[in-house]
Design a binder for this molecule. Structure first.
Ligand code: GLC
Length: 501
């Protein structure tokens, strides 16, 4: 029954290239699965549009197949779009399929025509609002793959009745990945009349179409995933050549810290954790370390500190710092397990270290969610020496699972991990500032030192496990951001284009 005088719930269409568990390479997928849930709990009406890549496995979920089919004129052809819907915890995931651009490709990224693929996906996502007759108040776009939606809403689609009042929010999960493609995308995207936008800093990129820049320029509100990173990206050191655009839009730029799904990431219920435990039953944590050492073929030594890392093997994750200081860490007698995939040079270096030190180093060069949970639950210390880190979810999960993080003071790592001060019984991890192997080693050495004092260590672990990393506070901040985006949409007809001319 309709409640009188109750405004209808805010309708939000989220659009992204990843969604856990259907398509995942990193933290974006986790956020896409957990933020809508938190917003739904606040009473918002949320739908999420993602591509149905060939590798998406829907066998474990109930779906409504083929809720709509339509033709989208694209790149000189009529492309058939098919929509499947999956209902999850009160919100709906729309899986967008087209044989040519989507389901014929098992992978998420890395095809030569990715510029066209994601233009197609973003166009089809926009079209779903029309086809399903469900008009979103806000389209919340995530990362470069969706950067054209704010552009269309402010230009080609600004007068379409369906979208006349639709605001856009653009979230930057990682500014480093921007989607650079040749200018043919302009034509495909129907944006040729306005031409390319001059690159703010790089003359050599004057012919390049940058998806991320479009999102930044045209969205009603922009945000990124921690307050610290929102400040960092305004500077040339973190701006990846787009900092002038971000500075122009500083008054519309926000930093909202990511949360994690505390129901899914719970060491008392996580099905992959060997021996369940909580803050109140911390004694039950120890068997997880034993099991992890056994699984990895490391000597089972409860007294030896076990360091863990679950990461994409990319330069900015601090792999150089790890490799440079590893001999010194091993000299101290610690064990290390690294789980991840990525750049071949790091994969090889880690395999070599594991080969040279079979009693101390284990390298699992793969993507393996169950093992990730076991590392969070079984390691003593969790390493995140990132050069930059927009938010970082690993440190949040590690703390919740009782592994103490060692992090560099950057982005969300700085916002979520306070340095341990044993004299005052404060802090949840070990923080270093300079991106330098000596400084990183200094933080690890401090951690190893305190690990020798079991009662002090337990207090650190407990404080970390007590930290609230749920979405509650941040979902409320997103709701405010959506409302503010609607105001911008209504009161500033086209601020960006005016600023550009
Ligand atoms: C990207 C960022 C990471 C962030 C995640 C989710 O993967 O690199 O720091 O936590 O997106 O927003």
């Amino acid at each position: 029954m309709a409640v009188p005088n109750q405004p209808p719930p805010l309708r939000v269409l989220m659009v992204a290239a990843e969604f856990d568990p259907f398509a995942k390479t990193g933290g974006l997928a986790d956020v896409m699965a957990s933020l809508p849930r938190a917003l739904t709990r606040r009473g918002l009406d949320v739908r999420v549009a993602i591509p149905r890549y060939g590798s998406v496995d829907l066998t474990a979920v109930t779906r409504r197949p083929g809720i709509a089919r339509f033709d989208l004129p694209f790149n000189g052809r009529d492309e058939r779009v098919r929509l499947d819907a999956v209902e999850l915890d009160g919100f709906e995931v729309l899986l967008i399929d087209n044989e040519h651009y989507v389901s014929a490709r098992p992978g998420i990224y890395g095809y030569p025509d990715d510029g066209h693929r994601f233009t197609f996906f973003a166009r089809a996502a926009l079209e779903t609002a029309r086809v399903l007759d469900w008009r979103p108040d806000v389209i919340h776009c995530h990362d470069w793959h969706t950067g054209l939606i704010p552009n269309w809403l402010r230009t080609t689609h600004s007068h379409a009745t369906e979208f006349a009042d639709t605001a856009s929010v653009f979230t930057i999960h990682n500014l480093e990945y921007q989607g650079h493609f040749d200018a043919s995308v302009l034509e495909t995207a129907g944006l040729a009349p306005d031409g390319l936008i001059p690159h703010p800093t790089r003359a050599d990129l004057s012919d390049v179409f940058v998806f991320m820049a479009r999102g930044i320029l045209f969205a009603d509100k922009i945000n990124t995933v921690s307050p610290r990173y929102a400040g960092e990206i305004l500077t040339p050191a973190f701006g990846h050549d787009l900092d002038p655009l971000l500075r122009d839009r500083e008054s519309d730029l926000h930093g909202i810290l990511n949360g994690i799904d505390t129901d899914a990431y719970n060491p008392a219920t996580d099905p992959h954790v060997t021996n369940h435990f909580s803050r109140a039953t911390l004694d039950r944590r120890a068997p997880n370390k034993t099991a992890l050492q056994q699984t990895l073929g490391l000597p089972v030594r409860p007294d030896v500190p076990l360091l863990g890392m679950v990461t994409r093997l990319a330069e900015h994750k601090g792999l150089d710092l790890l490799l440079a200081s590893l001999p010194h860490i091993l000299d101290r007698g610690a064990q290390l397990v690294v789980l991840g995939l990525g750049e071949p040079r790091y994969e090889e270096a880690l395999r070599e270290m594991a080969h040279a030190h079979p009693d101390q180093v284990a390298a699992a060069i793969r993507f393996d969610n169950p093992l990730a949970s076991r590392i969070y639950a079984g390691s003593d210390i969790f390493l995140m020496p990132s050069r930059h880190e927009p938010c970082g979810l690993g440190q949040l999960i590690a703390m919740r699972y009782g592994s103490v993080p060692v992090v560099r003071a950057t982005g969300g790592l700085a916002d979520t991990v306070d340095d341990v001060d044993p004299a005052n019984d404060t802090g949840v991890g070990f923080v270093f500032n300079r991106y330098d192997p000596i400084d990183f080693f200094g933080a690890v050495a401090r951690a190893l030192e305190l690990y020798r004092f079991p009662e002090t260590w337990r207090q650190i672990v407990r404080r970390g496990m007590t930290r609230d990393s749920s979405w509650d506070v941040s979902a409320a901040a997103y709701q405010r951001l959506y409302t503010n985006a609607l105001t911008t949409r209504r009161t500033q007809p086209s601020p960006t284009l005016a600023a550009l001319s």
